[in-house]
Design a protein around this ligand. Structure first.
Ligand SMILES: O=C(O)[C@H](O)[C@@H](O)[C@H](O)[C@H](O)COP(=O)(O)O
Length: 280
């Protein structure tokens, strides 16, 4: 586990989404070359879905061997299959419907109209995770996990001052009283997030600035769940200038650096690192 966090600041959310998409495509190609497969966790939320749409628009997306990719979700809203507010539905519309990924490689959470109660649905998803765990692991080895961040600092459906961020004995929880609608939700837990190799947090807008500042200051995860988001290899906050308002100037990438950068991202080698800044 590394506690190293990086903050990459982009001039606006469109540039942010394009930058993350470009990095995702190149990283995924490398991961599949090296390891033969990659398990990826998607997020709901506006920025997370914009990233997926940007991946769909990347000319390089067809260079990915999607047969080797498994898609999972960090959380889901307890709604009927196909509901426009389900994270799964939005991800399918933005990306999955446009790529040649086998249906069995897509692992959505159960939906509310499939005959399960919410708690049983959490257990069912935990069982699906365990089916792909190697050597008795409770879940697959996740190569990349996307996470959105709420203005209150929540990630996935782990909300501040609720039991969720503190759960450590399960991989999946049912949330019955989410402060963000709908009330019913399913979520991966912190131990799964922290077992992930690369945690990529995507956030934009001035209302996210306090949460970002507190997460970087390593606030108590019970109050700021985003502070618990750490990957075993890399933790990156992809943000826009508005969300970065509370990030010290010394840690920010100058917006001018990014101007025009999008035209070149699609073909940049995966070893390319923008002028990101480490915290220490
Ligand atoms: O189902 C959801 O709502 C989420 O997965 C949630 O954790 C989301 O990612 C954040 O609330 C950020 O959402 P925005 O980017 O829309 O602010």
């Amino acid at each position: 586990m590394t506690t190293d966090r990086r903050v990459l600041v982009h001039p606006d959310r469109a540039t942010l989404a394009g930058s993350v998409a470009a990095r995702f495509v190149t990283k995924l190609i490398d991961l599949i070359d090296d390891e033969g497969e990659a398990h990826v966790v998607l997020t709901g939320g506006s920025v997370g879905i914009e990233v997926l749409a940007a991946i769909a628009h990347s000319p390089a997306r067809d260079s990915i061997d999607w047969d080797a990719v498994h898609l999972w979700w960090g959380d889901e809203r307890w709604l009927p299959r196909g509901d426009a507010d389900r994270n799964e539905t939005q991800a399918r519309t933005a990306l999955i419907d446009h790529i040649a990924i086998p249906a069995e490689n897509v692992h959505p959470f159960p939906a509310s109209d499939e005959g399960l109660e919410l708690d049983a649905a959490a257990e069912a998803y935990a069982a699906e995770l365990a089916r792909f765990g190697r050597d008795g692991a409770e879940h697959p080895r996740f190569a990349i996990m996307f996470l959105g961040v709420g203005p209150d600092g929540h990630i996935a459906s782990l909300f501040p001052e609720r039991p969720g961020p503190l759960v450590s004995d399960r991989t999946v929880i049912a949330v019955h009283d989410s402060p963000k609608p709908p009330a019913g939700r399913l979520s991966l837990t912190v131990p799964v997030i922290r077992a992930t190799e690369r945690v990529w947090l995507v956030l934009a807008g001035a209302d996210k600035a306090p949460a970002l500042g507190l997460a970087l200051a390593e606030a108590d995860p019970a109050s700021v769940p985003a502070a618990a988001a750490l990957g075993t290899k890399r933790t990156v906050f992809f943000v826009d200038t508005e969300a970065a308002a509370d990030v010290p100037e010394s840690l920010r990438t100058p917006p001018s650096y990014w101007t025009g950068a999008m035209e070149t991202h699609d073909w940049m080698p995966s070893s390319w690192e923008p002028s990101d800044y480490r915290r220490s």
